[in-house]
Design a binder for this molecule. Structure first.
Ligand SMILES: NC(=O)c1ccc[n+]([C@@H]2O[C@H](COP(=O)([O-])OP(=O)(O)OC[C@H]3O[C@@H](n4cnc5c(N)ncnc54)[C@H](O)[C@@H]3O)[C@@H](O)[C@H]2O)c1
Ligand SMILES: [Zn+2]
Ligand SMILES: [Zn+2]
Length: 361
C-alpha cells in the first residue's frame, strides 16, 4: 500500500479538502493507476452536495487519464506502463444486456472491491468508482482502457465522462447520419461534445442552443452551423425556422430539465429522435404533455447513459481521431489547475466561463 494526496468531500455541502489517503496494493482483477490528469465534472459537485448518495467521505474525480502502475492477480487486459483512460462502466460480459449483445447497457458493471482509506482507516467512496483527484487511485482493471500513449492526458481524460457522454449522445444514441439536422440544447462540456459528435457524423445542420453567449461561441468553434440564444428567442420556433419549418431530425437535451426536454420534444421533425443526456433530479416531472402528441409525432424518445459508449470500442477510436486533428478535444480544456484548486473550479461552474477545468498532476 502507499500514501498519496486526494481531494475529499467529507460532508454534505462542505468545501472539499486535500488529504492524505492510503491506496492499497491491487487485489485480484484490480489496478493502481498513476493519475496524469482529471477533469472537473458537474457530477463531482453533485457528490459533494449529497445529491448522489450519503456515502461520505467521497474521493472525488472521475474524468481521468493516467499510467497503470501495478495490477493484481489475473489481470491480462492491461499491464504496468500502459497509458489508459478510466471509465465508469466496466462491462461484466455475462449479464442479460451483455449476453444479448448490448454491453453498453451492462447492468452489472465492475468497480474495485478493495477500499482506499483516510489516515484513520475510514473507508472512502470513490466518485463513480474511480476517485481520480488523487496522485494515484485503485480501480477495477476493466475500468482502464488503453489508448495512444502520445496523446495529451488533459484532453483525452475528458473522454472518461462528459465529453464521451456528449459525443455518444450524437453518435451512438442519436445515431446521427450524414446530411441530417441536429439541435443541441445546452452547450456546456456535454452539449458542446454533442455538437462535435454531430459534425463528426456529417450532420448538415447543427444548431446550438444555450442561454450563455460564450457557450454558443465555443459551440460554433466545434461545428455548430447556427446558434440560438434561448433567453432572447423561443428555442422551438428558432429550430423549426432553421430546418425549413419542420424541426430537426435529432434533438439532444444536454441540460436535463423538464422545460428543455419539452423544447427538444417539440423542436424535432415528425418521426425524429429526442436524446436526453442531461441528468434530471428525482423531483422533476414533465407536466401537461398530451399523449396524443407522443403518438402523433412518432419517432423515438431516448436516454443516453454515458453516451451508450463501449469504452474498449470508443475511447481508442476517438483518441485516434483527436491525434489526427479531426476531433478537437483541446477545445474542451479551458484551464489546467492543481489538486488544491478543485473547490475554486466548482465555483467557476456556477459563474460560467469554463467548459472544463482539468487537474493536471
Ligand atoms: N448521461 C450521462 O451519462 C452524463 C454524463 C455526464 C454528465 N451528464 C449531465 O449532462 C448535463 C450537462 O453537463 P455539463 O457538464 O455540460 O454541464 P454544464 O453546467 O457545463 O453545462 C450546462 C449548460 O446548459 C446551459 N443551460 C442551462 N439552462 C439552460 C436552458 N434552460 N436552456 C439552454 N441552455 C441551458 C448552461 O448555460 C450550460 O452551458 C448535466 O446534467 C450532467 O449531469 C450526463
Ligand atoms: Zn453486463
Ligand atoms: Zn462526469
Amino acid at each position: 500500500m502507499q500514501q498519496v494526496r486526494g481531494v475529499i468531500a467529507r460532508a454534505k455541502g462542505e468545501p472539499v479538502s486535500l488529504e492524505t489517503i492510503t491506496v492499497p496494493d491491487p487485489g485480484p482483477g484490480e489496478a493502481v493507476v498513476d493519475i496524469a490528469a482529471c477533469g472537473v465534472c458537474h457530477t463531482d459537485l453533485h457528490y459533494r452536495e449529497g445529491g448522489i448518495n450519503d456515502d461520505f467521505p467521497f474521493l472525488l474525480g472521475h474524468e481521468a487519464a493516467g499510467v497503470v502502475e501495478a495490477v493484481g492477480e489475473g489481470v491480462e487486459s492491461v499491464a504496468p506502463g500502459d497509458f489508459v483512460v478510466l471509465n465508469w462502466r466496466a462491462v461484466c460480459g455475462v449479464c442479460r444486456a451483455c449476453t444479448r449483445g448490448e454491453p453498453w447497457y451492462c447492468f452489472d458493471t465492475h468497480n474495485a472491491a478493495s477500499r482506499m482509506t483516510l489516515d484513520d482507516g475510514t473507508e472512502l467512496t470513490p466518485a463513480l468508482g474511480i476517485g481520480a483527484f488523487a496522485d494515484k487511485t485503485l480501480v477495477h482493471a476493466g475500468q482502464c482502457t488503453k489508448v495512444d500513449p502520445t496523446a495529451r492526458p488533459a484532453a483525452v481524460g475528458l473522454l472518461g465522462c462528459g465529453v464521451m457522454a456528449g459525443l455518444g449522445a450524437a453518435l451512438n444514441t442519436g445515431n446521427v447520419r450524414r446530411g441530417q439536422s441536429v439541435a443541441v440544447i445546452g452547450c456546456g462540456g456535454v452539449g458542446a461534445a454533442a455538437v462535435a459528435g454531430a459534425r463528426l457524423a456529417g450532420a448538415a445542420t447543427v444548431i446550438a442552443v444555450d442561454i450563455d453567449p460564450q457557450k454558443l461561441g465555443w459551440a460554433t468553434g466545434l461545428g455548430a452551423t447556427h446558434t440560438v440564444d434561448s433567453r432572447e428567442h423561443d428555442a422551438v420556433e428558432a429550430i423549426r425556422e432553421l430546418t425549413g419549418g419542420f424541426g430537426a431530425d435529432v434533438v439532444i437535451d444536454a441540460v436535463g430539465r423538464p422545460e428543455t426536454w419539452k423544447q427538444a420534444f417539440y423542436a424535432r421533425d415528425l418521426a425524429g429522435t429526442v436524446v436526453l443526456v442531461g441528468v434530471p433530479t428525482p423531483d422533476m416531472t414533465v407536466p401537461d404533455l398530451p399523449l396524443i402528441d407522443v403518438f402523433g409525432r412518432g419517432g423515438s424518445l431516448k436516454s443516453s447513459w454515458y453516451g451508450d459508449c463501449l469504452p474498449s470500442r470508443d475511447f481508442p477510436m476517438l483518441v485516434d481521431l483527436y491525434q489526427q486533428g479531426r476531433l478537437d478535444l483541446d477545445a474542451f480544456v479551458t484551464e489546467e489547475i492543481g489538486l488544491d484548486d478543485v473547490e475554486a473550479a466548482f465555483d467557476k461552474m456556477h459563474h460560467g466561463g469554463v467548459l472544463r477545468s482539468v487537474v493536471v498532476l
